[in-house]
Design a protein. Structure first.
Length: 314
């Protein structure tokens, strides 16, 4: 019998009754790997918990019912709960409203196989879909290749947590420091891989990334086949007020220094220290504002970084 690699999926749910079954069904038919699913429900008040109860009896599904602490802390609590043992070959994040192609994890495992000697993370392109699950188009062109160069990669948000799969070595590294204080789980895991491991990108989509009006992250879309439009400034403001991220870059920089300072290269430490301390360190603020080497890969996000520094919101 073929020795299949195990992928443990970390899923946080909250009032996801409309789409959860489609996600779970797509996870349970993955080809070429063995899938375990660990779910933490974040205090759902709809029929989500009943759906989870119906699936709980199936092999490889564990369900934990928790109080509502928000999706960020819920995912990080999940991560902390499995990080210490790190017994699975691979780990993945999933969102409750997406639909995975049956080769999603096999594609990731295949891409990660050459990097087993080091901490490694896979992420990929996605096919955007509306609320009804109708495909709209790829998020990125197939020839798109995100930068792997730091510090640009630290500021570029060209990844999606729901596409991430990472190996046991990266999970063991994460076990050294799992902060649970309004930290975005996928951004933090990506940053650890960027600074201390390897990141592999797959331009081929292996999932439908559903965007709809109740989506927690990303941008919403109509429940028909109209092309999804970028959110308006008012939409962005409403989402920020409802789900604020306070000092996301500087907070993650601080946590990386707390957890991994002795493993970082000197230049990496200096950069993260500048990001973490710019609000109280005038020299660090000047460096972030005027050092041409501290930038994102494109002009617009670079200007946004400079603005965040001036506004004390980096």
């Amino acid at each position: 019998m073929e020795d299949l690699k195990t992928v443990t999926v970390l899923l946080s749910t909250y009032n996801g009754e409309h789409y959860l079954k489609q996600l779970l069904d797509s996870l349970l038919v993955q080809k070429g790997v063995r899938v375990d699913i660990i779910v933490r429900d974040d205090g759902s008040t709809d029929h989500t918990r009943q759906i989870l109860s119906d699936y709980k009896g199936q092999s490889g599904i564990q369900v934990y019912l928790g109080e509502n602490i928000g999706w960020r802390d819920s995912f990080m609590t999940l991560l902390a709960s499995v990080a210490k043992e790190a017994s699975s070959d691979y780990y993945a994040f999933a969102d409750q409203d997406d639909i995975y192609a049956s080769d999603k994890f096999l594609a990731a495992v295949t891409k990660l196989a050459p990097h087993e000697s080091q901490p490694a993370l896979y992420h990929s392109n996605v096919t955007l879909a509306d609320g009804d699950g109708h495909a709209i188009g790829d998020r990125y062109p197939r020839n798109f290749q995100p930068t792997g160069h730091l510090p640009e990669a630290f500021f570029d948000v060209t990844w999606l947590g729901t596409t991430m799969v990472f190996n046991r070595r990266l999970m063991a590294l994460l076990a050294e420091h799992v902060p649970i204080d309004n930290i975005v789980h996928d951004a933090y895991v990506m940053n650890v891989a960027q600074f201390l491991g390897t990141v592999v990108y797959d331009p081929t989509p292996h999932m439908l990334y559903r965007r709809h009006d109740s989506a927690v992250t990303g941008f919403g879309g109509k429940s028909d086949s109209q092309k999804i439009k970028a959110p308006s400034l008012l939409d962005r403001y409403r989402r920020y007020k409802h789900n604020p991220v306070i000092h996301p870059f500087s907070k993650r920089a601080h946590e990386l220094l707390v957890g991994y300072s002795d493993q970082l290269l000197p230049d990496q430490r200096r950069f993260l220290t500048a990001v973490a301390t710019y609000r109280t360190n005038f020299r660090a603020r000047l460096d972030l504002l005027f050092n041409p080497g501290i930038r994102a890969s494109k002009l617009r996000p670079t200007l946004q970084i400079r603005y965040r520094v001036l506004a004390n919101t980096l």
